[in-house]
Ligand binder design. Structure first.
Ligand code: 13P
Length: 340
């Protein structure tokens, strides 16, 4: 594959394909495993991820890239093949989460700053050697009547921009992820408040990317959808699609090759339906696809339940979700396909 940033970014948003976010940190994967009563050991984490990466047809047809965690990029499949090679064999691009997580921002009660810039240049060089061709950094923006503050928006945008510039220097495409939380506290904000905050955050992020001399052609944006809070849900699917596209059009330059949404706590089907409505209903200058974690994995995780004998069924559940989202990425998903 070409090593040009523009070509890697285009491959990540290939029509009808999207990104599998399998980069849960040790703490997050433990929470996921708790839901199926499984201990989070290195072997269980490996088996779980290998199950998805070896779902051949789904990986080949629907998945353009996989975001890995530091442990996973170094792991080998049960037969000794590096997991990175399993991913590459399917045609997907291996990627790596490089942020160190969102930590309390000093002086800003209830807000966070994402850590991990110190030493990042060296870590990126190592990850490039391990096969990663894109990376992810997630800035987390709290939302309420009073939040976010300008200080938190600005500092998270600056960190994203510094990260993105370092990635491009290392020949790695940055996924720039400023997430305005849908499932944070109190989570009772309206869709219009989400619009206002998302627009502000994206404008700030692109201003910082410009100042940091980041090439927009060599990045992928991973935003939240414009949606009401988890404890306020009332907007229709059509309203979410329309407001999300309007907000992105007013903030994201056309030079960006693609936008890959996070699912953020939406149900599997909602995340798919929203994406499909956007692609079916609007002309847009960028590719619009998915970079889902929970919305791609929830069904497979439940079906797998940590048991070898469930691997084939879990792969089927994963393949179904991947196929539904692949259709959504070209606006062709229909409700009745869910039953199939
Ligand atoms: P969700 O789709 O579960 O929100 O996860 C995507 C992700 O990578 C968050 O950083």
């Amino acid at each position: 594959m070409s090593e040009r940033l523009e070509d890697i970014a285009s491959a990540m948003v290939t029509p009808g394909q999207g990104i599998l976010a399998a980069d849960e940190s040790s703490g997050t994967i433990k929470k996921r495993f708790d839901t199926i009563g499984l201990e989070s050991t290195e072997e269980n984490r490996r088996d779980y991820r290998e199950m998805m990466f070896r779902a051949e047809a789904a990986m080949k047809d629907c998945i353009s890239g996989v975001i890995l965690y530091d442990e996973t990029i170094r792991q080998k499949a049960a037969d000794g093949t590096p997991l990175v090679d399993v991913i590459k064999a399917s045609g997907a691009v291996p990627g790596i989460k490089v942020d160190g997580g969102a930590k309390p921002l000093a002086g800003f009660d209830g807000e966070t700053i994402t850590e991990g810039l110190d030493g990042l240049r060296d870590r990126l060089a190592e990850y490039h050697g391990l096969g990663a061709r894109f990376a992810k950094w997630r800035g987390v923006i709290s939302i309420s009547n009073d939040l976010p503050s300008w200080g938190a928006v600005k500092q998270n945008a600056q960190a994203l921009a510094r990260y993105a510039a370092l990635c491009q220097e290392a020949g790695i495409v940055p996924i720039v992820e400023p997430e305005v939380l849908m499932d944070g506290k109190p989570g009772d904000h309206s869709i219009d408040r989400c619009y206002e905050v998302t627009e502000w955050v994206l404008k700030t992020v692109f201003a910082e990317l410009y100042d940091a001399r980041v090439s927009l052609e060599g990045m992928v944006l991973k935003p939240n959808m414009v949606i009401d809070g988890k404890n306020a849900r009332k907007a229709s699917r059509e309203e979410v699609a329309e407001k999300t596209v309007r907000c992105l059009k007013s903030t994201v330059p056309a030079a960006v090759p693609g936008i890959a949404f996070l699912s953020g706590g939406q149900s599997d089907e909602e995340a798919t339906a929203h994406l499909s409505l956007m692609n079916a209903g609007f002309d847009m200058p960028w590719a619009l696809t998915f970079s889902y974690g929970r919305a791609l994995q929830a069904a497979a995780l439940k079906t797998w339940a940590g048991k070898k004998e469930n691997v084939a069924a879990a792969q089927k559940a994963f393949a179904h979700r991947a196929k539904m989202n692949s259709l959504a990425a070209t606006g062709q998903w229909k409700q009745d396909l869910e039953a199939a």
